[in-house]
Design a protein around this ligand. Structure first.
Ligand code: PEP
Ligand code: MG
Length: 568
């Protein structure tokens, strides 16, 4: 049994599929014999064609004609002289290794496509990069599968999955995943929770003992991966899966109910989403609104910055789907573990402390304004609230609001409709913001506490590093004190305080957060119904007493044990 972190709950049983990372750090080498290098390339092209033909066939059978067209386009590209011809001329002309020739040709062509006005043509840049990666992989002698080649049910085992890898996961085929690195709040874990598949992250080096096609039990509830289990263990887990299915059915009755305690304290249970599809799933799970739309996934699913029109369409669609329920859309929070290939920001020693989110947006006003204009234009289609991430002081907030006002003035001038009184709030996810939340509360409409980052910055523990994950703790007394303070400071100014960090969906913490007066709980769609059950079975006055009790305890172990002992 391998031990990791429980990153997304549930159990999966299936065959292991090992995904290897592509070494994209390709060196330029001079070659003496260009003919030999060309031969190597031609063999790789033939092999890529074979792989693609196989993938087209199985994709057609399992996922339909439409999905297989992507691979047909890749196949055509391998016969396109603009692409393969350019690679060959580089090998001949510059006498360089084929991998480097593929990489540079791909970068050049992708850049040309990305600069075009036509959205369809710009999307082709992604295809060029995909097919080039496939060729480089083959040239490196690596025959392992890529995420898009998966054509049978499996449990993915990998060193790490990037958020964009995870976003490509087809839930019908990928039963769950386990990774060597990462933790509860790395973004691949967050996506796993939103699509509702189990995940065990941060297993460490031991994960390498898993072999292709090993039978695995992925126990997302306890953070374990059991490799080639005995028959009686398999039976035991199948029974557990059955019980969980039944429990989920009993929760369905909470779907249409209000989120209200036994003594009539009303709160909101809303959802975190990263895409339009997630919005659909949130509604299916009874969300009363959207507490956090992580717009960066919109940027990550593309190969170039999404245009104002593309963003407007996406926001409008989500707002219309939610039919006047509140939708908090967060402006771009790129950086940290969320990267954009087409917007390189250079290597940083501490990316989570670096050039990210609002810092990048205030520096790149062109990017920021495109998004704000799209948001404002979409505001007339529903109940939009705009939220800025990573605010660390009041100046940043003022500056961001000024840019928003500039956009409003532009739209007014252009006679484009928008809601003038759209609410503006901020994430409280940096300790300096939490400590000065009394000041910040005066200039916002709402707060949303981002505990994923607030924990890492308060305890100085990297949320991605499995070696220090024992310190990354929802029950840490310092974090709880900060949260209590933020809620009180928000309320003193009559402002609404929500939480969109993963803590909001934690079943042991919900009564405590209720007692602290949290107004809105925003979580992965899969946690909503159980959260609503807990709220419905709680008594607000009792919850206030829980807060007093917890605040008098001094260690997270004591706090956790106490909260578990009273959990419903
Ligand atoms: C957070 O930090 O709590 C949060 C919700 O934002 P993200 O997880 O996207 O950093
Ligand atoms: Mg954050």
């Amino acid at each position: 049994m391998l031990k990791g972190v429980s990153a997304s709950t549930g159990i999966a049983i299936g065959k292991a599929l090992i995904l290897k990372e592509l070494n994209y750090n390709i060196q330029k080498n001079n070659v003496e014999n260009a003919e030999k290098e060309k031969e190597k390339l031609n063999l790789a092209i033939d092999r890529a064609k074979e792989q693609l033909e196989k993938t087209i066939k199985s994709t057609k059978e399992k996922l339909g004609e439409e999905k297989s067209k992507i691979f047909e386009a890749h196949l055509l590209m391998l016969d396109d002289p603009e692409f393969t011809g350019a690679i060959i001329s580089k090998i001949e002309g510059d006498k360089i290794n084929s991998e480097y020739a593929v990489k540079t040709t791909s970068d050049e062509l992708a850049m040309i496509f990305e600069s075009l006005d036509d959205a369809y043509m710009r999307e082709r840049a992604a295809d060029i990069r995909d097919i080039s990666k496939r060729l480089i992989k083959i040239l490196n002698g690596d025959e392992s599968l890529s995420i898009e080649d998966i054509d049978q049910q499996c449990i993915i085992i990998a060193n790490d999955l990037t958020p964009s890898d995870t976003a490509q996961i087809n839930k019908d085929l990928v039963l769950g995943f386990g990774t060597q690195i990462g933790g509860v709040t790395s973004h691949s874990a967050i996506i796993a929770r939103s699509i509702g598949i189990p995940a065990v992250l941060g297993v460490g080096e031991d994960i390498k003992t898993i072999k292709e096609n090993d039978i695995l039990i992925l126990d997302g509830d306890n953070g374990n991966i059991i490799v080639n289990p005995a028959e009686d263990v398999l039976i035991q887990y199948r029974e557990k899966m059955q019980e969980q299915r039944k429990f989920r059915e009993t929760l369905l009755k909470f779907k249409e109910q209000e989120s209200i305690t036994l003594d009539n304290k009303k709160v909101e249970v809303v959802s975190n989403i990263g895409s339009i599809d997630d919005a659909e799933n949130a509604l299916k799970n009874g969300a009363e609104g959207i507490g956090l739309f992580r717009t960066e996934f919109l940027y990550m699913s593309k190969d170039n910055l999404p245009t104002e029109q593309e963003q407007f369409q996406a926001y409008k669609e989500v707002l219309e789907k939610l039919n006047n329920k509140p939708v908090i859309i967060r402006t771009l929070d790129i950086g940290g573990d969320k990267k954009l290939t087409y917007l390189p920001i250079g290597e940083e020693l501490n990316p989570f402390l670096g050039y990210r989110a609002i810092r990048l947006c205030l520096d790149r006003k062109d990017i920021f304004k495109t998004q704000l204009r799209a948001l404002l234009r979409a505001s007339v289609y529903g109940n939009l609230k705009i939220m800025f991430p990573m605010i660390s002081n009041i100046q940043e907030l003022r500056e961001a609001k000024e840019v928003l006002e500039e956009c409003k003035a532009e739209l007014r001038k252009e006679k484009i409709e928008f809601k003038n009184d759209v609410q503006v709030g901020i994430m409280i996810e940096i300790p300096s913001a939490a400590v000065s939340s009394d000041i910040l509360a005066k200039e916002v409409d709402f707060f949303s506490i981002g505990t994923n980052d607030l924990i890492q910055y308060t305890i100085a523990v990297d949320r991605m590093n499995e070696r220090v994950s024992y310190l990354y703790d929802f029950f840490n007394p310092a974090v709880l004190k900060l949260i209590k303070m933020v809620i009180e400071n928000g309320h003193k100014e009559g402002k609404y305080v929500g939480m969109c960090g993963e803590m909001a969906g934690n079943k042991y913490l919900i009564p405590l957060l209720l007692g602290m007066g949290l107004d809105e709980f925003s979580m992965s769609a899969s946690s909503i119904l159980n959260a609503r059950r807990i709220i419905s079975e709680s008594n607000y006055k009792e919850c206030i007493k829980i807060v007093d009790k917890v605040m008098a305890l001094s260690t997270s172990t004591e706090i956790k044990e106490y909260l578990m002992s009273i959990s419903k």
